[in-house]
Write a protein that binds this ligand. Structure first.
Ligand code: CP
Length: 325
């Protein structure tokens, strides 16, 4: 039996050990069968965490993460409030520190979720709070619930729970895409036989530190700047948009250079048919122009199912962080 998660603060996929990860994913599969499969006849609410509530502070835009956390909490019987544009809509705008925010919000809610463009801000709020906490995306670092819902998606789509031998290519922006960082770490932590490659313009290859870390834990095949070569022979293509908001203002030259390279890294139906028709296509979304909508009707285009999996995964996580049984 896995150690209890009640009361924990989760900032990274590394914060759950393999047993805890398995327990959350197993519960997420159960919630998937109850809430996602029977779309029209799903229960309105379970009475599991009635009387408790969740607050989400979003200092960065979000559709999937914020709204699926809200839905997940409500499915469990909780109340949920999301503060969007939190930098303007909370007392942060008057100069309140992140640590004070963590202290102040704790007595007002039972469960706190925070997203920020500043890597350390999420950690500071978490450290100062004294309630269960989940990082909903901190800058270019991590997006752990995206990683876990991506693992749930891989398990459902590939009908296996053992990813040793799986070949996965991460496309788009492995330097700045926190969803890539979380899934790559998660797979490498639990499956030393997983094979992974990063496919992107050289300026968007991940930091050497992450590559070194992956090399010691799985079959890390390195980085390539050729989309066709990167797609060939892989089981899964995990596509991301270029995260322009991370560097557009600080590195305008890089932004311009990458604009010119965008067409070379666009995935469309013709390319998939030519190079790898059986590949499973995932994307954390939102997409911009790196993934052509002409791919959407392919059976193995899993990204909308992947987004829907955010609800059962977050239900399982909230449940385990607030209650053992
Ligand atoms: N995948 C994801 O994090 O989407 P949002 O930015 O819309 O939450």
């Amino acid at each position: 039996m896995a150690a209890s998660l009640v009361g924990r603060k989760l900032l990274s996929v590394e914060d759950l050990d393999p047993d805890q990860t398995r327990e959350v994913l197993d519960l997420a599969h159960e919630y998937h069968m109850k809430f996602v499969v029977p779309q029209l006849t799903r229960p309105r609410r379970l009475d599991i965490l009635t009387g408790l509530d969740m607050i989400g502070l979003f200092y960065e835009p979000s559709s999937r993460t914020a709204l699926s956390f809200r839905r997940a909490a409500m499915n469990l019987g909780m109340d949920a409030a999301i503060v969007f544009e939190a930098a303007e809509q909370t007392s942060k705008a008057k100069g309140e520190s992140d640590a004070d925010t963590g202290r102040i919000v704790s007595p007002y809610t039972d469960f706190l979720v925070v997203r920020s463009p500043v890597v350390e801000a999420v950690r500071e709020i978490a450290l100062a709070s004294n309630i269960p906490f989940v990082n909903a995306g901190n800058g270019d670092d991590e997006h752990p619930t995206q990683g876990w819902l991506d693992q749930l998606t891989l398990e459902r789509e590939l009908k296996t729970r053992d990813f040793n031998g799986l070949k996965i290519a991460f496309l788009g922006d492995p330097r700045f895409a926190r969803s890539i960082h979380s899934l790559a770490k998660l797979l490498a932590l639990h499956y030393e036989g997983v094979e992974m490659t990063f496919v992107a313009p050289e300026k968007l290859w991940p930091q050497e530190e992450l590559c070194q870390w992956l090399s010691t834990r799985c079959r890390f095949k390195g980085c390539v700047a050729d989309l066709k070569a990167g797609l060939e022979g892989v089981d899964v293509a995990y596509i991301t948009r270029i995260q322009a908001e991370r560097f557009r203002d600080s590195q305008p030259d890089l932004f311009e250079q990458l604009q010119a390279e965008r067409p070379k890294f666009r995935v469309n139906n013709t390319l998939i048919e030519q190079v790898n028709p059986d590949v499973l296509l995932m994307h954390p979304l939102p997409r911009v122009d790196e993934l052509d909508p002409d791919v959407d009707t392919r059976k193995k285009a899993a990204y909308f199912r992947q987004a829907a999996n955010g609800v059962p995964l977050r239900m399982a996580l909230i449940h385990r962080l607030l209650q053992d049984d």
